[in-house]
Design a protein around this ligand. Structure first.
Ligand code: CMP
Length: 218
């Protein structure tokens, strides 16, 4: 819990008490935590593992909003506004999630108002990302979108030592384009020396140059 932005600025001795508000639960890989449209009364902190946040549209196409790893928080939106879940969450690796139900949350923020401030910070960060994403997805060509998705994953700490295990379909779902387009763009970026692509892994050679691609400058 000490690692999560939820408890930034909360004194370490408080963490032990805070811990009691959470219920740890194991989710085997592939389990759905909740679906978009469900009623939600809890937020989750990833203690261990990886969670995919996504939406499925009418034609069964998926848009992936994020992959979340240890320390990251999700499900706070329904907890706060009591509206249905805005997206679905599925664990993509065996995971342990810390669950915080609404009542426990209310007790927690009464005791540690800093936690509420931290949740506001998490939402502000996500809104910034969503604004940038909207800009990229509305104005950029496929090349820029794929670059955006790769940089986003990289900044989220996805993969090991900068090597990200990713299918072309996953990248397509993250960048709002087709699998065929992803294949074409990856091939081009690889030939230009911006990426290394081998055996299901993608590695960014140079983030600065890839950022130029994101903004259509290359
Ligand atoms: P909630 O609406 O309760 O359930 C779905 C959760 O997905 C939501 O809370 C957020 O925690 C998370 N979520 C929604 N949109 C995004 C996004 N664009 N990036 C990261 N997480 C998101």
């Amino acid at each position: 819990l000490a690692q999560t932005p939820l408890f930034q600025g909360v004194p370490p001795q408080a963490l032990e008490i805070a811990q009691e508000a959470f219920t740890a639960r194991f989710y085997p890989a592939g389990t759905t935590v909740f679906k978009a449209g469900d009623l939600g009364a809890a937020l989750y902190v990833v203690q261990q593992g990886r969670v995919r946040i996504f939406r499925t549209y009418l034609d069964e196409r998926e848009r992936v909003f994020a992959f979340l790893g240890p320390g990251e928080v999700f499900g706070e939106m329904s907890l706060l506004d009591e509206e249905p879940r805005s997206a679905s969450a599925e664990v993509v690796a065996d995971s342990v999630l810390l669950v915080l139900y609404r009542e426990a949350y209310q007790g927690l923020i009464r005791r540690y108002p800093q936690v509420a401030h931290n949740i506001a910070g998490i939402l502000a960060k996500r809104l910034r990302e969503a604004d940038l994403e909207l800009e990229v997805l509305s104005f950029e060509e496929a090349r820029g979108r794929v670059a955006y998705a790769l940089l986003k994953l990289y900044r989220q700490g996805f993969g090991e030592n900068g090597r990200m295990k990713l299918t072309h379909l996953e990248l397509a779902q993250l960048s709002g384009t087709s699998r065929e387009t992803v294949t074409r763009v990856l091939h081009a970026l690889k030939n230009e020396g911006l990426l290394r692509v081998t055996g299901g892994y993608v590695e960014i050679v140079d983030t600065t140059t890839l950022e130029e691609v994101l903004y259509g400058l290359r």
